[in-house]
Write a protein that binds this ligand. Structure first.
Ligand SMILES: NC(=O)c1ccc[n+]([C@@H]2O[C@H](COP(=O)([O-])OP(=O)(O)OC[C@H]3O[C@@H](n4cnc5c(N)ncnc54)[C@H](O)[C@@H]3O)[C@@H](O)[C@H]2O)c1
Length: 358
């Protein structure tokens, strides 16, 4: 029984959702049933590209006209809420890009809407699907690291991400919203504990001064978890264009019995092609191969995380209950906890104080 999924927001990352659901169409698990994209020019391109798949510019019209099992939302961070709530109320399972919403009230409303409707609300926190991160989680869970004492994380983008990819909404985001939330969630998932307090600093410099985008260049946050683990998260999105990859990221976790380190960007392969300069690759995120029919196949944790939603919906459509879903997927409640942390991070920057969450 194939699952009918629509994508709302088909910009840069929405394309990944389109690719994943299109690919699943060849397996019979799920199919790309409709697209809603508010930008008329982009919608026209999509009509030409996805023959037979209805493309709407108004997501409400799509929800009213199409028979759907699920909707995945890949609009800008601050525009997830209305769409997710409307889809849940219309009885559809919902996948939302990270962060779930940029307000705690927004997340709470989304969680409530999904609960009232009895539908799945899942967040695309794909760091949980990275095999190296899963190894850390496994060795913490098995006790091999002992009690987690502290950890540190960095996640940095090159400057073209806020200044060229989405300059129109970068000011409504920040390194914490765009990057930090990935690792706030990963740290919670690894230590199995919630944040107790947050202290953060942030610097506005080149993005505001040289690009006219009023947001932080970097945000540096310290989060103390209820079980005693303390994590430092350094995030920024102003790496120079000459940096070897679009993203730079790593995590290390130190416990009473061990330490686990992962360079989540540089997985060991590097190149220098013509004038492109030195480059490293995170092939774990997205890589292309071919199946036995010669069709292009996408793999990697960025793909699996979205695919997993479709598998979950298929599981539910086959009569299983929400409570029987297992796996590493992130729920609406996880999304809400992560947003609590990110909101506290911004509050702490503004006040210069430690913000207590519990
Ligand atoms: N998981 C990841 O690794 C990852 C990476 C990049 C972005 N993201 C997240 O994905 C989301 C989208 O980011 P992006 O970089 O693709 O942004 P983008 O600006 O490239 O694309 C957003 C698209 O949403 C469309 N849109 C806006 N409002 C809409 C509405 N009401 N109905 C239909 N379409 C609407 C816009 O026209 C645009 O095409 C953000 O939440 C972002 O944080 C996730």
């Amino acid at each position: 029984m194939s699952v009918r999924i629509a994508v709302v927001g088909a910009g840069k990352f929405g394309q990944m959702h389109l690719d994943v659901f299109t690919q699943l169409g060849t397996t019979g698990v799920a199919e790309l049933a409709a697209i809603a994209e508010a930008n008329p020019k982009r919608a026209e391109e999509l009509r030409a590209q996805y023959h037979g798949c209805p493309v709407y510019t108004d997501f409400r019209e799509m929800l009213g006209k199409e028979t759907l099992d699920a909707v995945s939302v890949a609009t800008p961070d601050h525009l997830h809420r209305e769409i997710a709530v409307a889809a849940a109320r219309a009885g559809m399972h919902v996948l939302v890009e990270k962060p779930l919403d940029v307000t705690v009230e927004g997340c709470a409303e989304m969680v409530r809407a999904a609960k009232d409707a009895g539908v799945l609300l899942q967040v695309d926190f794909h760091k949980r699907y990275d095999p190296d991160h899963q190894a850390i989680e496994r060795r913490v869970r098995s006790g091999d690291l002992g009690d987690v004492l502290y950890g540190s994380v960095y996640m940095e983008d090159r400057i073209e991400v806020p200044s060229e990819w989405f300059p129109h909404w970068a000011a409504a985001s920040s390194p914490a919203w765009f990057l930090g939330v990935h690792f706030y969630d990963l740290a919670r998932w690894i230590v199995k504990s919630e944040a107790r307090s947050v202290y953060a600093t942030g610097t506005k410099n080149t993005l505001l001064r040289d690009y006219g985008i009023d947001t932080y260049d970097c945000i540096n946050a310290k989060v103390d978890f209820e079980n005693g683990a303390a994590f430092a998260f350094d995030t920024s999105w102003v790496l120079p264009k000459g940096f070897e990859a679009i993203v730079n990221q790593a995590i290390r976790v130190v416990g009473t019995k061990g330490v686990f380190e992962c360079d989540s960007q540089d997985r060991g392969s590097r190149s220098c092609l013509g004038l492109e300069g030195m480059a490293t690759y995170n092939n774990n995120f997205r890589r292309e191969g071919f199946d036995t029919y010669g069709r292009k196949v996408l793999r990697g944790y960025g793909v699996e995380s979205i695919e997993d939603f479709a598998w979950n919906v298929a599981f539910l459509k086959n009569g299983k209950g929400l409570n029987s879903l297992k796996g590493c997927w992130a729920s609406g409640e996880d999304g809400l906890e992560v947003t609590r942390i990110a909101v506290a991070v911004h509050e702490s920057i503004r006040s210069g104080q430690v913000v207590r969450l519990r």
